[in-house]
Ligand binder design. Structure first.
Ligand SMILES: Cc1cc2nc3c(=O)[nH]c(=O)nc-3n(C[C@H](O)[C@H](O)[C@H](O)COP(=O)(O)OP(=O)(O)OC[C@H]3O[C@@H](n4cnc5c(N)ncnc54)[C@H](O)[C@@H]3O)c2cc1C
Length: 405
């Protein structure tokens, strides 16, 4: 049986960040990372389209928590200990400069996730952290002498403290259930909507700043919406998928959304604006040019959907047509039939019940010397670097707690 002070199960973002911080705080600790795959940090590699969206330029912990549909309340304390600003400093100290993009997402200046992987691997080597691949943890026991015994398919391990950083892995969740922990059922988050609708089929690539609501629910969001070959994507949709992960799962991903293509302009106001345009542009063809901040092609499609022909002049619009058009612009119903994977980033909502974790230490409230970091717990965020921030923050808290224990 191999003996360590600390065993971390999972060689992903949270596992490595925890191990490195622990080793830096106490280089004497004998630490091993057990990874079931042949490679470590596989999600980091593919993250952010291969660029790794490390964190988000949101520096107020009270603001930062608002991007977490699950974990908002619990992360408040941890973010006061380690948040985005600390992440930037942490990587910079280890030679990895980060840059901010216009939308606030932060990436390595190299634009390559390999830079993050290299940083982690070099740090792990420096502190002699043992990274053991091909070690799929099959069972965990707590022995009488309060040591943890961990078995993989071909090896047994013993450690004083056990850190689980296995992401959204059902097998480990099942094992933890046997230890008296509650697992909140996993459902996908961060997905795009499948919509087949004549108004958008010819418009892939077109985007607009919109607000969206889901029929028969309180779910709303706003931001850029991107029309795709299979439906709708973009921040406004991804936010809905995250905040509505559980509700939309409950609807079997069959539901209606209302899109306001004019973002915050209400239907009655839009109708008034259209009436004014009717006076101003009486002799011009309605479909020809968008008078709003939406692309011409989208405008034309909404005009046609309002039973207004391509040649119709503004002056010839009937009251009903004006009403139809204002509805199409501000309250357009679309039927969603299923979801698709958003390739740049996706996560699972669900995991270890937050009530069973002490967020000052990330220690289990059920078992001493058992800690959690990363996506294994019931915390997830919208897209933009927040999910990694959760991995970094929880890993840092675990390391602090163990170093000070
Ligand atoms: C395609 C994609 C792109 C993404 N891009 C971004 C992004 O740019 N920015 C962002 O913030 N978030 C991104 N995310 C989300 C982010 O990757 C995760 O939130 C993050 O990786 C979670 O880290 P983790 O260490 O908790 O889990 P993981 O990264 O999933 O690591 C868990 C590790 O545990 C191992 N493991 C599981 N079970 C066992 C077992 N029984 N025994 C041993 N090892 C085990 C797994 O093999 C894995 O290596 C992306 C996700 C995906 C899928």
């Amino acid at each position: 049986m191999k003996n360590y002070d600390i065993i971390i199960v999972g060689g992903g973002a949270a596992g490595f960040f925890t191990a490195i911080n622990l080793a830096e705080k106490n280089p004497k600790l004998k630490i091993a990372i057990l990874e079931r795959g042949k490679e470590v940090l596989t999600k980091v590699r593919v993250s952010g389209g291969g660029r790794c969206n490390v964190t988000h330029a949101c520096f107020d912990p009270n603001e930062l928590v608002k991007y977490y549909p699950r974990g908002e309340k619990e992360l408040r304390g941890p973010f006061h200990q380690f948040a985005s600003g600390d992440t930037i400093e942490w990587f910079e100290k280890r030679g990895v400069a980060l840059k901010i993009e216009d939308d606030g997402r932060m990436f390595p200046v190299s634009n390559s996730s390999q830079t993050i992987i290299d940083c982690f691997i070099a740090s792990a080597r420096k502190f002699k952290i043992e990274v053991l691949i091909g070690q799929s943890v099959q069972s965990i026991f707590k022995s009488d002498d309060s040591y943890w015994k961990i078995e993989t398919q071909n090896e047994s391990y013993k450690a004083g403290k056990l850190i689980l950083a296995t992401g959204s892995n059902p097998k480990i969740w099942d094992l933890i259930k046997d230890f008296g922990h509650t697992i909140v059922d996993p459902v996908p988050s961060l997905f795009t909507f499948n919509i087949k609708d004549a108004r958008i089929t010819a418009l892939p690539g077109v985007s607009a700043l919109v607000s969206v609501k889901v029929k028969d629910s309180k779910l709303t969001s706003s931001g850029p919406l991107l029309i795709t070959h299979w439906g709708m994507s973009g921040p406004a949709i991804l936010k809905l998928s995250a905040w509505g992960a559980r509700i939309l799962f409950g609807k079997n991903y069959q539901f209606t959304i209302f899109v306001n293509w004019l973002n915050d302009i209400e239907t009655a106001n839009a109708e008034m604006m259209l009436k004014e345009l009717k006076q101003e542009h009486a002799k011009k063809a309605v479909a020809k040019k968008s008078p709003f901040e939406i692309p011409n092609r989208l405008w034309e499609s909404l005009v046609l959907a309002s039973n207004i022909s391509e040649e119709t002049k503004w002056a010839d619009l009937s009251k009903l047509q004006l009403q139809d058009l204002s509805n199409q612009l501000t309250n357009a119903a679309f039927q969603v039939n299923g979801k698709s994977t958003f390739k740049e980033e996706f996560v699972t909502a669900g995991g270890i019940d937050l009530k069973e974790i002490n967020f000052k230490t990330m220690q289990s409230k059920r078992h001493e010397n058992l800690y959690f970091a990363g996506e294994i717990v019931n915390i997830d965020a919208i897209t933009g670097g927040y999910n990694f921030q959760n991995a970094w923050t929880s890993g840092f808290i675990v390391a602090e707690a163990i170093a000070n224990s």
